[in-house]
Design a protein around this ligand. Structure first.
Ligand SMILES: *Cc1c(COP(=O)(O)O)cnc(C)c1O
Length: 373
């Protein structure tokens, strides 16, 4: 196939997913698949195996793919993991942690939230104390990279506490899995959640959960939802060798298989992590030189997405800035922190050093509103 006939994107997505994908990933979506045929189910099984391998070197883990955006997979995990009479402790320091609490509320689950505010990591002493005094808590959920700010939470330290107190551990690694090396056995995580359109660099349409198989096997009947029943989804997918319960996003799945191939060709997660880290360092250095201040201290900053404070300058206005950057070929993201005015720049996706350099030049031209546009 001649990839050169595919149109170029008018602008690069410097956003935390959907993100800029390669022409290879887009090109494999140009054919159709039959959902009950071995050709397609083989792709699904291969994806499941590869995701387990990427998430841990230990055995005893399985993988379920779930239709929808990442939140559907988070909701499927929460509704399936928590038994009747279970209680969830949510650790929140941004919109995605708070969304887990919102899901628990909608499901009418017993839950409690420790919210450390957008600018602080979860407090380990408070977590230990909460688990110590509340024996009803059965599960703990936390976000790995809180995409609201770009903060990397200490999931390994939290996992040690959760294990010490004998509870089950759910990690939303949506925006970090595939881009930051991790082993879910080392994290003591029972469930690790991510989606197709983040660091694996596929297109949006499904999420996935890697779970301890013996724990998932005990969740039959827990789900308060039919379509989001992770146990049923797993049973059908496992017994049917790659069969989905309901219509699967076939083109998206094929694109994801290609994205996994490209991840391997890049040198795996460690190589991708090195690329993201280098691009993120270049971005922060260049933005600082232009007078911008990152929201977070470097010790908390992930290499995935960076929040910058809006400069206090009479000629800076976010949407003006946004449109001027877009005209120059770069799309960035508005802020999501409540107390401060920020904007965000993602550096995940098919992005290289030249793109970051091009962006910095465009930022320099666009940062202050000028009447000539
Ligand atoms: C992207 C993301 C999600 C899922 O968001 P969707 O819009 O539903 O795909 C969940 N948690 C985190 C940390 C994310 O970055």
């Amino acid at each position: 196939m001649d990839l050169n006939v595919l149109p170029d994107n008018p602008y690069l997505l410097l956003t935390p997913g959907p993100l800029s994908t390669t022409k290879g990933v887009k090109s494999v979506m140009l054919r159709d698949w039959c959902t009950w045929d071995d050709d397609y189910n083989g792709i699904v099984e291969s994806i499941r195996e590869q995701l387990v391998r990427l998430s841990t070197s230990a055995s005893g883990y399985t993988c379920v793919l779930m239709q929808g955006s990442g939140t559907f997979s988070v909701e499927a995990t929460i509704t399936t993991a928590l038994p009747r009479g279970g209680k969830l402790l949510v650790l929140a320091n941004g919109a995605y942690g708070r969304r887990i609490a919102q899901i628990a509320g909608r499901l009418d689950l017993d839950f409690t939230t420790l919210d450390s505010g957008d600018l602080n990591p979860p407090d380990l002493d408070k977590i230990a104390n909460t688990l110590e005094v509340d024996p009803h808590i059965t599960h703990v959920a936390v976000v790995h990279c809180e995409t609201t700010t770009g903060m990397l939470n200490p999931v390994e330290e939290i996992g040690r506490l959760v294990k010490h107190y004998g509870r089950s551990y759910i990690v939303d690694a949506m925006s970090s899995f595939g881009g930051i090396p991790m082993d879910m056995a080392d994290l003591n995580a029972d469930y690790l959640i991510s989606s197709a359109n983040k660091c694996i660099q596929g297109v949006p349409g499904f999420g996935f959960i890697i779970a301890s198989q013996c724990i998932l096997e005990k969740t039959e009947g827990n789900a308060r939802s039919l379509s989001l029943d992770l146990f049923d989804q797993w049973r059908v997918m496992n017994q049917g060798k790659g069969k989905w319960r309901f219509t699967s996003p076939t083109h998206v799945v094929r694109a994801f298989a290609r994205a996994l191939e490209e991840l391997e060709n890049e040198g795996g997660i460690s190589a991708r992590f090195a690329r993201y880290t280098a691009n993120n360092a270049l971005l922060i250095k260049g933005m600082k030189e232009l007078g911008f201040t990152p929201l977070l201290a470097q010790e908390y900053q992930s290499p995935i997405i960076t929040a910058f404070l809006n400069p206090e300058h009479p000629k800076f206005e976010f949407f003006e800035f946004y449109h001027r950057l877009k005209k120059r070929g770069y799309v960035i993201y508005p802020g999501k922190v409540t107390q401060k005015d920020t904007f965000r720049i993602g550096n995940i996706g098919d992005i290289d050093t030249q793109h970051i350099e091009g962006l910095l030049a465009a930022v320099k031209e666009s940062m202050y509103w000028q009447p000539d546009g």
